[in-house]
Design a protein around this ligand. Structure first.
Ligand SMILES: [Cu+2]
Length: 335
């Protein structure tokens, strides 16, 4: 009987796997990268409900510049060009336009097969600390599947049926070559504040674009005491809600969510809240934070209690286009 049960279970699993495309998302091979050279490998693991795919179109997100697609044997290539939202410095030159979308078509990609569609380009320095999404549409014999859903701030992409392949661009705050704009720069950071055993420094909030409702804020907490403390939350007159968030890549998908039970600040330790990692999330922000202003925040610690800070607002711009680039020889050539 036991044997029979196992066979039955296996058959059920097979049936579940063959239903729909929900478990075969279009994803990026590398879902986390620093500003600089980046090869975007979009992986298509499935057809549309059993049908072969003949066309794949990938949109190039803002901030991924100087893009060139890799041709594929048996597929024809169509490149759409256009203007970027603003000009970037790439290899010492100003670039204001480039590839915005690439379509591979006429190909045979059977439902049972797997294939990759490759772009080569550069992640601009000001993309550091953000997430980029490569909206992808696969067209099959009948019908299409659009991987174009983008998680809202704080939403788990796993909750989406058809998430766009996402990339977390790490903050290039280990790049001191440009001498300005990085997360630990002498410019635009709050003075260190002491509260009990805690010392809080290098605090800042990210400037927001018109229409944005949420923003990240970053700081460093050092615990000089003998006991651990926890950063459990916060509040601000400028936001409906302030939460402690973590950001990580799970199953190739960028995930951002509240830290359950708060963020531990170990005795004698330092915890850095930084882009691409732990951060304070300001939500329901009515008036977007503008570069140059300061934003008040009250941080709540389990033991040290409430700590008031004033966060300078700035962009991560200038952190270096191509600045943190491994082995391409142009790392420090930008402004
Ligand atoms: Cu967040």
């Amino acid at each position: 009987m036991r044997h029979l049960f196992i066979q039955f279970a296996a058959a059920t699993a097979l049936t579940a796997a063959s239903l729909g495309t929900a478990n075969a998302h279009a994803t990026l091979e590398t879902a986390e990268a620093s500003p600089g050279g980046y090869k975007a490998v979009v992986r298509i693991g499935h057809g549309c409900d059993g049908q072969p795919t003949h066309t794949v179109r990938v949109e190039v997100p803002e901030g991924y510049i100087g893009v060139r697609p890799q041709p594929k044997a048996g597929w024809s290539l169509n490149i759409e060009r256009g203007d970027y939202a603003h000009a970037y410095t790439l290899h010492g030159r100003e670039v204001a336009s480039g590839v915005k979308a690439v379509t591979w078509s006429g190909g045979p990609l059977d439902d049972a097969h797997y294939d990759e569609f490759v772009l080569s380009g550069t992640l601009a320095g000001d993309a550091g600390g953000t997430s980029l999404f490569f909206r992808t549409v696969q067209t099959c014999t009948e019908g299409t599947v659009a991987w174009d859903e983008i998680p809202a701030e704080g939403q788990d992409p796993h909750a989406l049926d058809h998430p766009a392949p996402g990339l977390v661009v790490l903050a290039s705050n280990d790049n001191h070559g440009g001498g300005h704009g990085h997360a630990h720069g002498a410019d635009a950071k709050a003075d260190a504040v002491t509260a009990g055993d805690l010392e809080i420094g290098a605090a800042w909030a990210r400037a927001m674009l018109a229409g944005q409702k949420a923003a990240g804020a970053y700081l460093t907490v050092t615990n000089k005491g003998a006991e651990a403390d926890r950063l459990v939350g916060g509040s601000s007159a400028r936001a409906g809600k302030v939460e402690v968030h973590t950001m990580e890549v799970v199953d190739d998908v960028m995930t951002m969510r509240p830290v359950e039970g708060g963020l531990e600040i170990p005795a004698g330790g330092t915890v850095e809240l930084k882009p691409g990692s732990f951060h304070m999330m300001f939500m329901d922000v009515a008036a977007p934070f503008a570069e140059g202003e300061t934003v008040p925040v009250t941080l709540t610690f389990e033991k040290a209690g409430d700590v008031e800070l004033s966060l300078p607002v700035r962009t991560v711009k200038g952190a270096g286009s191509g600045g943190h680039d491994h082995g391409h020889g142009h790392g420090q050539s930008h402004d």
